[in-house]
Design a protein around this ligand. Structure first.
Ligand code: SF4
Length: 225
């Protein structure tokens, strides 16, 4: 019960911080988007790439090819050229085009809103699938990337060793946080986790005095300070 209370306090503090700063909802243009196609493209491009770098390229891409079937017909060389500023453009272009072809031929261009089907597409996976579902439909899920994993690990005192069990435990704990939200708060929870990880809880120099969850963070209370 104590653990549960801590989890819900953590969520409440994150949501309060997020809602007190209106720009957070607009910091990236796709935060106002519910189109699964756009969200899929953005989330695939965000893998191992800073959001600031992805922003303009992703906008240009979805304007040039506004749905899965048009992307499926794209000239791959042109797509590669557009993705060049992000690096790995050949791999990314090929994967995006193959994913679009699959959605277009198997599902008539409509991405099925099912985790397993989205996760099975090229360069997708559980993170991309959950992110698409959360931001398009307020699905009661979490998307745990390296930044979110770091925040959750530090706050709840996970031992920082890699391994399949640790990853699964982290996902399970993060999923329990969703139960402390209602309705579409799940979107804000995921954005807040991302923003704390990206802006405050840096890998080597976490800015704990600025952090909205410092009072309950295991790392800040027992390790760093
Ligand atoms: S208090 Fe410090 S270690 Fe804990 S989540 Fe915030 S920035 Fe990270």
């Amino acid at each position: 019960m104590i653990r549960r209370n801590t989890e819900c306090r953590f969520v409440a503090q994150l949501l309060a911080w997020h809602s007190s700063d209106a720009h957070r909802r607009d910091v990236f243009w796709w935060r106002g988007v519910e189109d699964p196609y756009v969200l899929f493209v953005v989330e695939v491009l965000l893998a191992r790439t800073r959001a600031e770098r992805v922003s303009e390229v992703a906008r240009e891409l979805v304007q040039r090819w506004p749905e899965f079937c048009s992307l499926a017909r794209a000239d791959e060389a042109e797509l590669e050229q557009m993705l060049r500023p992000l690096g790995f453009q050949r791999v990314r272009a090929s994967a995006l085009k193959r994913a679009a072809e699959e959605v277009c031929t198997r599902w008539g261009g409509n991405l099925p809103l099912e985790e397993e089907k989205i996760a099975s597409l090229p360069r997708s996976g559980r993170y991309v699938a959950n992110a698409v579902l959360i931001y398009s439909t307020c699905a009661r899920k979490v998307a745990v990337d390296v930044n979110v994993a770091r925040v959750v690990s530090r706050v709840f005192g996970f031992i920082l060793v890699n391994g399949k069990d640790r990853e699964e435990n982290l996902w399970a704990l993060a999923q329990r946080l969703v139960e402390c939200t209602s309705g579409c708060e799940v979107r804000s929870l995921n954005w807040a986790l991302l923003d704390v990880g990206r802006e405050i809880c840096h890998p080597t120099k976490p800015r704990c005095p600025l952090c909205p969850v410092r009072e309950i963070c295991h790392f800040a209370r027992f390790i760093r300070i």
